[in-house]
Design a protein around this ligand. Structure first.
Ligand code: FDP
Length: 339
């Protein structure tokens, strides 16, 4: 029987019943995340009316100017996830330190890392934004959670997902056994399964990159993009199309639907030149989803999910998407290293 149309809660309970190894109650936590995302969708949707679309007076831990909505959506996530005893602690793009669960509230066995409003520089121009999250297990919830509890490789994630606030609000989710997409049905205020078993085609002819950074990239990435641009006249003998929404959730969603490659590679533009995107709440969850959908995700030199994090807000280069295209870029990196 088709599962299309099932609510996210029903779908997850059924998935958990099927897998003995996954008997822990994740459904409650995912239900809380879904509730937070519904609230965020509503806030984003009304932001021009309520006047919360612009910049705030503060900067986040990355030194980026925070939007009022960055702060408000962070608070929505914390409030919504605090109360039900599923979590031992949280980290957020918007907050430097670990967010501990207050003493008077029950603690659970999971950790969550999230970016409450990714792509928020797009809010003012009415382009899709999103929430990204990664769930890890907490090995010892009996004491205050420390950084090293969070600093687990992406392979340890037990669930990851993202929500896109676009023409429709969608949640994409993996619990390590495939990827499923749920659409928010505003008539019943529920996420319902609309995109079961999402799979990324192995080949693609579409790339997403901020090409204005081209002169700062390594030779391997320059070569790959040059060849795409040369199309049928170059070594690839094939035309490519370019799309860059500059909102990671939208770019990754497109890749889940029709394949392609997304790059935010290493560049020499920023002083520390370690990439732009954050490992714990952007690169890792997106990599988990992409790999579960049959794609690959790498820094160019290393599988992203194998990186042992050293910092809660660490940045990494990200190259992800259709398997054959990502493999080609990895090969170009290896050839570069040898030359
Ligand atoms: P943003 O800075 O607007 O939050 O997460 C960072 C991110 O957006 C991604 O969503 C997006 O892919 C990228 O940065 C956009 O970077 P550019 O501004 O360099 O295009």
């Amino acid at each position: 029987m088709s599962s299309i149309g099932k609510s996210i809660n029903q779908f997850i309970s059924e998935q958990q019943n099927k897998t003995d190894s996954n008997s822990d109650d994740l459904s409650g936590l995912i239900a809380d995340i879904a509730s937070a995302c519904k609230k965020i969708a509503h806030l984003v949707n009304r932001s021009a009316i309520t006047g919360i679309g612009g910049a705030s007076a503060s900067e986040n831990v990355q030194g980026e100017v925070q939007k009022k909505l960055d702060i408000i959506t962070n608070d929505v996530m914390v409030e919504q996830l605090n109360h039900h005893g599923h979590l031992a602690a949280m980290i957020s793009e918007e907050i430097e330190d670990i967010i501990q669960i207050p003493e008077h509230l029950p603690k659970g066995k999971y950790l969550i890392a999230f970016d409450p409003l990714d792509g928020s520089s797009n809010i003012d121009i009415n382009i899709s934004v999103g929430t990204i999250f990664s769930i890890l297990r907490c090995t010892d919830a009996s004491r205050e959670v420390r950084s090293d509890d969070f600093l687990q490789a992406g392979t340890e994630q037990i669930c990851a997902g993202f929500c896109v606030y676009g023409p429709t609000t969608m949640m994409i989710l993996t619990m390590g056994n495939g990827v499923n997409g749920f659409t928010l049905d505003s008539e019943i205020d529920e996420f319902v399964l609309t995109h079961p078993d999402m799979t990324i085609p192995e080949d693609a002819a579409e790339f997403a990159v901020n090409i204005s950074n081209q002169r700062f990239w390594e030779t391997s990435v320059q070569r790959y993009i040059d060849e795409c641009i040369q199309g049928v006249d170059g070594d690839r003998e094939k035309n490519f199309n370019m799309r860059w929404v500059a909102s990671m959730v939208s770019d990754v969603y497109r890749i889940l639907i029709r394949g392609g490659i997304f790059l935010y590679p290493l560049d020499t533009k920023s002083a520390n030149s370690s990439g732009k995107l954050r490992l714990m709440y952007e690169a890792n969850p997106m990599s988990f989803i992409v790999e579960q959908a049959g794609g690959l995700s790498t820094t160019g030199y290393q599988r992203i999910m194998d990186i042992k994090p050293t910092d809660l807000h660490q940045r990494v280069p990200v190259i992800l998407g259709s398997k054959n295209e990502v493999e080609r870029i990895i090969r170009y990196h290896q050839e570069d290293k040898l030359s």
